[in-house]
Ligand binder design. Structure first.
Ligand code: C2O
Ligand code: CU
Length: 493
């Protein structure tokens, strides 16, 4: 297997200096974000929590003896601080831009109504701020906030602008899953460094940047001391272009089984046993793993991705290590997993495909149905009536690239995948907001469009493709278009 510093002949993406401290630095845990204050909203008769985040430059010494990497992050750290929110408690977050580049903030996984959804052209310039309103009315789920600025999303997210935003609710709390120190958010990121230790920029990339140095929560190849008991691991892939197929291996290279319990949109219907987890860019998958059989051993998280030709490029097989201790200090959440987790609100079934979208490279550009986001007069590719249930067919037009497709505002159910992998067992029990189209795959998804009216984006989450301009929009038509009086009534999916 290949590792950082090894050279693939003729391969200019394999450049990072050799990283010598594999599994020697501890996994960082981003701090929890505190609100500044709360105020009473007499219109809604609820309290709103107010937060402030400052986007600012910082340095990270990745390689000993080389230059530090120059980064820009939320509150000057990366990943940014973790928001821990309660369902039903609205929030306003002020993002103050003290970086150099234009920014836009997208809370990925939230049905934030326009103009709070991080529309790519709705940029906040240097020394400006924007207040974003987040309804927090969805069921418990792992969201993430990241940059979405037009043509600079790859640079901004990769240089640090990404963080967790975790929504809790009483239904999930009742399940008594591992919490507190036993609930670990794990943000994966694959990056590439210059020979002087600074971070290689994706600014001039037009195809992909896979990255040969694997970070978890900002630290290359970390370790984490754990107790011999159950943990909840919240995986998020923040990479620009790298998807993973994760496995856990014990010291005898035997695979450690686990249960997948949640996806982009929160809990699955039930725990799904597996010994591997496919996760592509922007996806969230959560697992419960039991380290109780591995006292005094190391369990290594590995990447065995070999399915999609493009992501196998520069394959690197180690991710992080869990160092399992001898003592359990708390039995919180350490009991048997419940047989069922929740009644997932799948959309009612229907037949027929409502719309088809082809994601492909044409004439050196990344397009959706032949259109780029730069084509402002043609980029609205769908006008679903508000409240409609629609099936969208997402086709990979070929060429050897895979495309993780993200649709803003809605949660969808994957109803079929042809031309490659089947629908995965854990995908069958999930609602999602990103789905990977493998190199020759076509996927059908069903969803209700949507809680709000307005114009929202859908795009490839390979951020190089997104920036160049594999992104389009859909306009959730207001009822006025159908002869009804205009209303802002919210349709809860
Ligand atoms: Cu995570 Cu439109 O993005
Ligand atoms: Cu793509």
């Amino acid at each position: 297997s290949l590792f950082a510093g090894q050279t693939l002949a003729g391969d200019d993406q394999w450049l990072s200096p050799v990283y010598k401290e594999i599994f020697q630095n501890e996994l960082p845990t981003p701090p929890t974000k505190d609100k500044k204050y709360s105020y009473y909203n007499s219109t809604t008769n609820r309290y709103i929590d107010y937060y402030e985040v400052e986007i600012k430059p910082f340095e990270q010494q990745v390689y000993k003896g080389l230059k530090p990497a120059q980064l820009v992050g939320y509150d000057g750290i990366s990943p940014g601080p973790t928001f821990r929110m309660e369902k039903g408690r609205e929030a306003i977050v002020r993002f103050v831009n003290h970086g150099e580049k234009d920014i836009s903030v997208h809370l990925h996984g939230s049905y934030s109504r326009a103009p709070f959804d991080g529309w790519a052209e709705d940029v906040t310039k240097k020394n400006q701020y924007k207040d974003y309103y987040y309804p927090n009315r969805q069921a418990a789920r792992t969201l993430w906030y990241h940059d979405h600025a037009i043509h600079h999303t790859a640079e901004n997210a990769y240089f640090g602008m990404a963080g967790f935003y975790i929504l809790h609710d009483p239904e999930e709390d009742k399940l008594n899953l591992p919490a507190g120190d036993y609930d670990l958010p794990l943000a994966l990121a694959a990056k590439q460094y210059n020979s002087d230790g600074t971070l290689f920029s994706p600014a001039d990339e037009t195809v992909s940047l896979y990255g040969d140095v694997i970070h978890v929560n900002g630290q290359p190849w970390p370790y984490k001391k754990v107790e011999p008991r159950k943990y909840r691991l919240r995986f998020l892939d923040t990479s620009i272009s790298r998807a993973f197929k994760l496995t856990f291996e014990d010291s005898k290279a035997k695979k450690v089984p686990f249960n997948v319990i949640a996806s982009d949109a929160g809990l699955l219907t039930k725990p799904v046993p597996s010994d591997n987890l496919e996760i592509s860019m922007a996806e969230r998958w959560e697992v419960i793993i039991d380290f109780s059989q591995y006292k005094g051993q190391n369990v290594t998280l590995k990447n065995a991705r070999d399915v999609q030709a493009d992501e196998d490029y520069n394959s690197t097989d180690k991710v992080m290590q869990f160092v399992v201790g001898d003592t359990v200090t708390s039995d919180q959440g350490n009991g048997n997993l419940p047989g069922s987790l929740r009644n997932v609100p799948f959309p009612p079934s229907k037949s027929g495909v409502d719309r088809k979208f082809k994601f492909e490279r044409q004439g050196g550009e990344w397009k959706v149905n032949g259109v780029t986001f730069a084509d402002v007069n043609n980029r609205i590719l769908a006008k679903p009536p508000r409240g409609a249930i629609e099936i969208w067919e997402l086709e990979n037009g070929g060429g050897g690239w895979s495309h993780p497709v993200h649709i803003h505002l809605i949660d969808f159910q994957i109803i079929s995948r042809v031309g490659g992998r089947p629908v995965l067992n854990y995908e069958k029990e999930a609602l999602k907001d990103v789905v990977l189209l493998g190199t020759s795959e076509t996927v059908q998804v069903i969803a209700r469009y949507a809680p709000w009216d307005g114009v929202y984006m859908f795009h490839c989450h390979n951020l190089i493709h997104e920036d160049h301009d594999m992104m389009a929009a859909f306009n959730v038509s207001s009822l006025a278009d159908f002869g009804y009086p205009e209303t802002t009534k919210f349709i809860d999916p």
